[in-house]
Design a protein around this ligand. Sequence first.
Ligand SMILES: C[S@@+](CC[C@H](N)C(=O)[O-])C[C@H]1O[C@@H](n2cnc3c(N)ncnc32)[C@H](O)[C@@H]1O
Length: 372
Amino acid sequence: MTLRDRWLALRDRLLSDPRFQSWAAAFPLTRPIARARASELFDLCGGFIYSQILLACVRLNLFEILADGPQSAAELAPSLSLTPDRAERLLEAAVALRLLQKRSSGRYGLGPHGAALLGNKGIAEMVEHHSILYEDLRDPLALLRGELGETALQRYWAYAGAGDPAAEAADRTTAYSDLMSASQAMVAEEVLAAYPLKRHRCLLDVGGGQGTFLRAVAKQAPELQLRLFDLPAVAAQAEEAFAADGLSDRAATFGGDFHRDALPQGADIISLVRILHDHDDAEALALLKTARAALPDHGTLLIAEPMAGTPGAAPSGAAYFGFYLLAMGSGRPRRPDELIAMLEAAGFGQTRLLSTRRPLIARVLVARPQVA
Ligand SMILES: C[S@@+](CC[C@H](N)C(=O)[O-])C[C@H]1O[C@@H](n2cnc3c(N)ncnc32)[C@H](O)[C@@H]1O
């Protein structure tokens, strides 16, 4: 047992002792720490309730309504289809969660979180689709023990666990593709700020969904040729989106299964945006090797996704994505050093972890092929 182990064992005994708890809450020097800890623990216990209050606000379009100006509970009640006292109950809860804020004359306006949500439509869609995830999380032990059979989230992400993902029809891929598109703007912003793509000639975005990332890239790099590879039903949606944006002359789409098919050659940079974390280690490594085979020796691979062990965002990695991907049935959040080891095993070197402004949303790794 190390000195640290012994110290932590002593700390655990103290913190679990009710007499120590009351002493720490009363003693002036420990009181702020005791209060902060109690509040953190309460948040852990109440997290589901907070999420459902947020869901109620999202479903009622409350943030959009209040974007036009503050209103009282009585004024809001008819548009929320709630009685005034139930409207007030929700509004007070939302104020406590900083989604809303009290304004003059008893009115309610946007709070810091509500205003931020309004600027990121993707967050509201994420919140809405969590109801599927919560079905799988209702009994977390059954999920951990693999007793659920096919999960609700597996049905939602049709490629997860599908024997032949390339055969999935549009009606099974559209909902998740729409969700990804809605949340892609923030990711693209992070990637483009971290790694300018102008220096490249042709970018192949693997698992590129409806082309939302490439359409954002197209604005920053007007000379860049764009290629997208995804399941046939999804690639067809991207093709339509490129045509609608007038990009058909410089954007090409390829439908296939990246676990089985080779990727098209010719790009000098390949991106994997929010892809690797969806796949188990063997499949993720194989995909990196497939990408290596499609790149020229002077090419670049760019990986962008939320990663485990992100300083300041630890719960989003191990807790949120850890359990999200467990319910989805494949993949796991990986730390940058784990991805770097996989990249080396797949034939890449010169790996660099680039700094992103909001690492919670995405971290970015770039690597070059190792040339013998
Ligand atoms: C989590 S989404 C990410 C989409 C997009 N890159 C983004 O960040 O918005 C994963 C994407 O990989 C695609 N995908 C999953 N399995 C695939 C496979 N075996 N072959 C080709 N594409 C696949 C999905 O259709 C989906 O568009």
